[in-house]
Design a protein around this ligand. Structure first.
Ligand code: ATP
Ligand code: MG
Length: 561
């Protein structure tokens, strides 16, 4: 898909390192999610990169590491969803599944080493005082009054912190680096804090938990990661990453390399914000098809290949940007155009009675499954006297360029016959059209006029006597503005699109779609791509989610802006 054959800067760097025999020729990357939410499309970029480069290079390995240094409650559900999503995207960590919490003893030993070197101290300032001492971007910080505690005192206090003698927030362990550093991350950052909270894997064994910057570089070093690929916001943390490993003299020192995170228009990408949408029930769970989570995209009908192609197409850069949602949709549209079998479905039905068609006759007509791929074969579709067509395909007073059905007008029913509209049936009270009466040309089977007369419009249809009833859900963008977080003064939820979901409950499908279609993608002819959602289907009715329309409507929107 990517026509640019030059490797991105990360792949180029890795190739150069391998060519130079660095790391004994090993290549080990990792994907390190924090199990505090479901994965989103931004994570997919990181997954495709980390697992991708490992796969592309002989002997390359990618670890899945749960960065579970922060004790929270619901981590098991999250960890399971993360594994499911990574596998679904088509990647495999083999036996390389790790948990940062498994390294807690080793992190702790490293912290004691730093104390013994005089490179870490217990600070007893309050959190507010620490903030005040920290300085600003333009002003240096001030040394903590506890900075020069003796090694013995630090060791004693740190041991008592671990023993649970102190309350949360009373003491922290800090690295002793430089309170005047222009890089705020280097101003004696915290290493450990007290948190009397149980952890889903280590239970109540710890009341001290390591900070991200300390745990992350050490986890990488312990696992002998060669290239630690992360997003740009960690660029300013790299000096600290290197400081910990250099100071401790760890046997392995991975190289951190940053790339721009993925942002998309009309969505929010942070787990914290997605969690708010879920908790406040503004969406139907983490896998709501409007969410840009992997599980939401799956339920929407995205395919793993479409997401991988998208990640490849957008490439890697060193500059943050916002990718147009239309780019993601084009990727799934391209994949489904090639692979999704075609079916007919009527979403807003209008009954058509074919007056001259025999009352009890049912014909099985042959329909191709894919216009461009004859190898995908054909299927039989039943045709009879009563069918449904799309309500929008009929107009009593058609404007000039409307080639669909109108009084006295002849159209083609796809794979079937030519029919002509003879009369309109109405509800006597409301005046609403309830059915159309047509006649068909029995000699036009397959849709070709016997005398070669021109018939412009072709409509899809479903047999009213054989069709399966279904619910169809149409999704629109979840947010109204391109960047829902642009105005910091306004809650991003104010930007939610109230019309992001339209439910059509009286839809008619070809009979074959009534059962056993769950988990399959289809193109509904003339309508778009739809996915039979296993999570929503009931015994009474299948549910189809519209994955994406047939055309890029976002491009039109962009033109209008
Ligand atoms: P969020 O900001 O959404 O809460 P996070 O960075 O806290 O995400 P982690 O679980 O720590 O989530 O992320 C795991 C990995 O995925 C990290 O290496 C992170 O850099 C990467 N990642 C997260 N969001 C994106 C994104 N939008 N684009 C690219 N990579 C991302
Ligand atoms: Mg994070």
């Amino acid at each position: 898909m990517n026509t640019n054959t030059a490797p991105d800067f990360i792949r180029a760097r890795i190739a150069a390192d391998l060519a130079a025999g660095k790391n004994d020729g090993r290549l080990v990357t990792r994907f390190p999610p924090e199990p505090n939410g479901y994965l989103h499309i931004g994570h997919a970029k990181s997954i495709c990169l980390n697992f991708g480069v490992a796969r592309e290079n002989p002997g390359g390995v990618c670890h899945l590491r749960f960065d579970d240094t922060n004790p929270t409650k619901e981590e098991v559900e999250y960890a399971e969803s993360i594994m499911r999503d990574v596998r679904w995207l088509g990647f495999d960590w083999g036996d390389k599944l790790f948990y940062a919490s498994d390294y807690f003893e080793r992190f702790h030993a490293y912290a004691i080493e730093l104390i013994k070197m005089g490179k870490a101290y217990v600070c007893s300032l309050t959190p507010e005082e620490i903030r005040a001492y920290r300085g600003t971007l333009t002003e240096p910080g001030r040394d903590s009054p506890y900075r020069n505690r003796s090694v013995a005192e630090n060791l004693d206090l740190f041991a008592r912190m671990r023993a649970g003698e102190f309350a949360d927030g009373t003491h922290i362990l800090r690295a002793k680096i430089d309170m005047a550093s222009p890089n705020l991350n280097m101003r004696d950052p915290a290493i450990y804090r007290i948190r009397k909270t149980s952890h889903h894997r280590t239970g109540d064994r710890w009341c001290l938990y390591p900070m991200y910057d300390f745990a992350h570089c050490l986890s990488d070093a312990i696992e002998r990661i060669t290239h630690s690929l992360c997003t740009l916001e960690f660029e300013d943390h790299r000096p600290l990453y290197d400081w910990f490993l250099d100071t401790l003299g760890t046997p392995y020192h991975p190289q951190q390399i940053e790339f721009a995170r993925l942002n998309l228009t009309y969505t929010v990408m942070s787990k914290r914000k997605l969690l708010q949408l879920v908790h406040e029930r503004l969406v139907d769970g983490w896998d709501d098809p409007r969410m840009l989570t992997i599980s939401g995209l799956r339920r929407r009908g995205y395919t793993p290949a479409a997401i991988r192609n998208f990640c490849e197409l957008i490439g890697l850069s060193k500059k943050d940007s916002r990718i147009d949602m239309g780019v993601l949709e084009n990727c799934v549209r391209a994949d489904l155009d090639e692979n999704a079998p075609r079916r007919m479905a009527v979403l807003k039905p209008l009954k058509v009675i074919i007056d001259n068609y025999p009352d009890d006759l049912v014909e099985e007509l042959t329909a191709e499954n894919h216009p461009k791929r004859p190898e995908l074969g054909t299927r039989q579709v039943p045709f009879c006297k009563e069918i449904y067509i799309e309500r929008d395909d009929f107009l009593e007073e058609p404007p000039p360029k409307f080639f669909r059905l109108a009084p006295g007008r002849e159209v083609r029913l796809r794979f079937a016959y030519l029919v002509t509209c003879q009369a309109v049936e109405r509800d006597p009270k409301s005046g609403e059209i309830t059915a159309l009466h047509c006649t068909y040309d029995p000699k036009s089977r397959g849709g070709t006029a016997p005398d070669g007369r021109k018939v412009k419009g072709t409509l899809h249809w479903v047999s009213a006597r054989h069709g399966a009833r279904a619910e169809v859900r149409l999704y629109d963008r979840l947010f109204l503005s391109e960047d829902p977080e642009a105005d910091k003064a306004v809650d991003f939820k104010q930007n939610l699109n109230p019309d992001s979901l339209t439910v059509l409950s009286d839809c008619w499908l070809e009979p074959s779609l009534g059962q056993g279609a769950e988990g399959q993608n289809y193109q509904f002819e003339r309508q778009g791509y739809f996915y039979a959602d296993p999570a929503s289907a009931s015994a009474a009715k299948p549910v189809f989610n519209r994955t994406v329309g047939l055309r890029d409507t976002w491009a039109k929107e962009r033109g209008r802006d």
